[in-house]
Design a binder for this molecule. Structure first.
Ligand SMILES: O=P(O)(O)O[C@H]1O[C@H](CO)[C@@H](O[C@H]2O[C@H](CO)[C@@H](O)[C@H](O)[C@H]2O)[C@H](O)[C@H]1O
Length: 685
């Protein structure tokens, strides 16, 4: 596999540099270091409908003549559907950049086209020579020839033709002063008219690079995770026994989830739970007879991955749950955890799918240092075909019941090639199906899983707390893996109650929510976050009395009525996300600075929508400081110099206050009141 920075081979060039037919590495114009390219083009770069995808290539040629470049978007059949001009944003770098915005889902590709630009070369030379009185007549005559050649090129509008005809008329008027003739031929209007269909010589086309465009929810969504068995669970008054919640009682939670503005409701495994080696409360190994066990310990006498836990209901109940969710605008995501409790039907029907040790036992699963004594891992090498077919059958079964999103448990403990095959097989028939990789492991594995097709990935966001850590991580997610890894910023999970949340108080919960909801187009919340649940099992970063091992009904409505809930805050954040397209893209994040190290500042813009986010990362103290904005990044169209001279109005979408801001701005953020500004730029330079 070639690296992403490998020089591409040129497939077509209008001027072969050599008379023999040898395949040459470089074309007539050199095009290298194309982005986005994933694993040298082995996998498609990712995009979602409506997302802005930054494109770039290094383009240069011998000598001093000027060149132009475009990115050409092609459909699956190789037909052109869009063309974007690339510009050398920083002169002298040879790095040409642009943005493409795909309008429909599907498989696409793009090429970079580069060419010698005789108009630009002439303009550059004439602008130096004519004012200096050098070769004046020759320069003007050349210009006339080039503009005349450009005038009739296909692709030019009637308006552009008029602009060019007028310029040609002035340029040809020998009785006018030379500087006036030159000015008429090099005005911004003329340049725009020419650029719409430039004269192109020595056209060179790069290799095709694949691009997949997926539905919006693959790249922009708010996830909410809850255990259906907890919703409606209750203790029998007489016996004290717990009675499980069901899909029917859990469905009562859906309107509140939808009302908070989430898009996906994710359920931990809903299958029968093993009765052998079952775990008890707080991860103990000696459960009582009534303990429900961990939902990830899949399989019992009641069935395996293709069955529903009898306590939750049956397939009709599940179908109703999905239908109710869909009616509320929610999609249901299921957990795909490929492992088996000792009493899973697979253990007897397919003992070869497990690794039997020398003493005849099967070793339990681990994700060091965590021990999962209640499950057996599958050994794909024992029967790759058989297991692959079985997993595909299971996934198809849930797809048939309306599931289009799967959160995949620990994919890094299964062969990478299996996932490549599974996701390709599923997406071939169901291109709308989304897989989220829960792989907390080393970057090469996380990257490979994302590259091969996982539409979303859990990340290390939960453990990045300081400004330095966050700036570094956000930059990495944008620049290193942005073309293939879509980070889903979960603020907490049943496994992750970070120290920051344990000790940060309600302000800590707000800070992490603002960060996740605004820095990434994908974010997630596990139930209880809105109640600021923060007590860990001593010595761990897991919740005490963790819902993974017991029922945990919560009175969300009472908490909200009593003002103890962050639900209104989450609702506001999700509403801001929906109202502001700038928050829907990943690679448009730009970092700014502040004098106080605890203040993180970033901005996002898309078309006219620009937001500046300022967050006090210290949940315990008020911070006052000056924020310094890079206005060239914030207002690229205005140009850095113009932008820095103009103040603009910002409206805080959290506090509803309005201020006038410029390049340097005073901020004061008291985390007990409001730890962040989410500023919408209302006017712009
Ligand atoms: O290994 P991870 O930290 O990524 O966690 C994921 O996978 C775990 C194994 O499926 C899962 O762990 C839970 O289920 C296990 C099996 O029943 C049980 O032994 C563990 O104690 C329990 O935490 C974890 O929830 C999941 O997110």
């Amino acid at each position: 596999m070639r690296g992403a920075d490998t020089v591409v081979h040129v497939t077509r060039t209008s001027a072969a540099p050599s008379p023999d037919s040898r395949r040459l590495h470089y074309g007539r114009i050199v095009i290298t270091d194309i982005e986005p390219v994933v694993a040298g083009g082995a996998f498609p770069a990712k995009a979602t409908v409506g997302e802005d995808i930054p494109l770039a290539a290094t383009v240069f040629r011998e000598g001093h003549d000027l060149i132009g470049a475009e990115a050409v978007l092609l459909d699956d059949a190789g037909d052109e559907i869009d063309r974007v001009r690339l510009v050398e944003r920083t002169p002298g770098t040879d790095r040409f950049v642009g943005v493409v915005r795909p309008r429909s889902t599907g498989r696409f590709s793009f090429v970079i086209e580069a060419w010698a630009d005789p108009n630009a070369t002439w303009e550059h030379a004439a602008s130096l020579k004519v004012p200096a009185g050098v070769d004046v007549d020759l320069m003007l005559a050349e210009g006339l020839k080039l503009l005349t050649a450009a005038e009739d090129l296909p692709g030019r509008t009637a308006e552009h033709r008029t602009v060019l005809a007028e310029a040609i008329g002035t340029l040809a008027s020998a009785d006018l002063p030379a500087d006036q003739r030159l000015a008429a031929a090099t005005s911004a209007h003329v340049r725009a008219a020419i650029d719409a269909a430039p004269l192109r010589e020595l056209v060179t086309v790069s290799e095709r690079m694949p691009l997949t465009v997926e539905r919006e929810l693959a790249g922009r969504a708010g996830w909410y995770e809850f255990f259906p068995r907890s919703e409606g669970a209750r203790q029998d008054e007489e016996t004290g026994r717990w009675i499980s919640g069901t899909f029917r009682t859990a469905a009562r939670r859906l309107p509140a989830v939808a009302e908070m503005g989430f898009d996906v409701v994710y359920l931990p495994p809903i299958h029968p739970i093993g009765e052998v080696n079952r775990k008890g409360p707080n991860n103990t190994l000696d459960p009582g007879p009534e303990d429900p066990g961990s939902p990830w310990a899949i399989g019992s006498r009641h069935g395996g991955h293709d069955a529903i836990h009898p306590d939750l209901g049956d397939f009709d109940d599940f179908d109703d749950f999905v239908a109710q969710a869909n009616e509320l605008g929610l999609e249901v995501a299921l957990d795909l955890a490929l492992q088996a409790a000792p009493d899973h039907p697979w253990v007897t029907s397919h003992p070869e799918w497990f690794t039997t040790q020398l003493d005849g036992t099967i070793a339990y699963a681990e994700n060091p240092p965590k021990k999962y004594q209640d499950i057996y891992p599958l050994n794909f090498d024992n029967d790759l075909d058989g297991l692959s077919r079985e997993v595909l059958r299971i996934v198809e079964l849930w797809i048939d019941h309306g599931v289009r999103i799967f959160r995949v448990d620990n994919p890094h403990t299964k062969p990478v090639m299996f996932w490549e095959w599974l996701i390709a097989s599923v997406n071939e028939r169901h291109p709308d199906v989304i897989f989220l990789a829960e792989a907390f492991t080393r970057p090469p594995m996380m990257h490979a899983l994302a590259q091969l097709g996982f539409q979303q990935s859990y990340t290390y966001f939960t453990w990045r707390n300081t400004r330095e850590e966050l700036e570094e991580y956000l930059t990495e997610l944008r620049d290193v893996s942005g073309a293939f890894l879509r980070p889903n910023f979960f603020v907490n999970t049943p496994d992750i109650l970070t120290e920051y949340l344990q000790f940060g108080g309600p302000a800590g919960f707000r800070i992490r929510a603002v960060l996740a909801a605004t820095a990434s187009p994908l974010w997630g919340v596990y139930a209880g976050y809105e109640l600021c649940e923060h007590v860990p099992r001593p010595g761990t970063e897991e919740y005490i009395d963790n819902e993974k091992y017991q029922y945990r009904p919560r009175d969300f409505a009472a908490a909200e009525a009593e003002g103890r809930s962050l639900a209104p805050y989450l609702r506001r954040l999700n509403a801001i996300r929906k109202e502001h397209p700038a928050l829907g893209d990943l690679r448009n994040i730009r970092l700014h600075s502040a004098d106080d190290d605890s203040i993180l500042v970033y901005s996002k813009r898309k078309d006219d929508d620009a937001l500046i986010v300022v967050i006090n990362l210290d949940p315990h103290a008020t911070r006052e400081t000056t924020v310094h904005l890079d206005l060239g990044e914030l207002f690229p169209a205005a140009g850095a110099e113009n932008a820095s001279e103009t103040d603009f109005e910002v409206h805080d979408l959290l506090s509803d206050q309005t201020w006038t801001w410029g390049e340097h701005n005073y901020v004061r953020l008291d985390p007990r009141v409001e730890p962040a500004h989410v500023l919408h730029v209302r006017t712009r330079p």
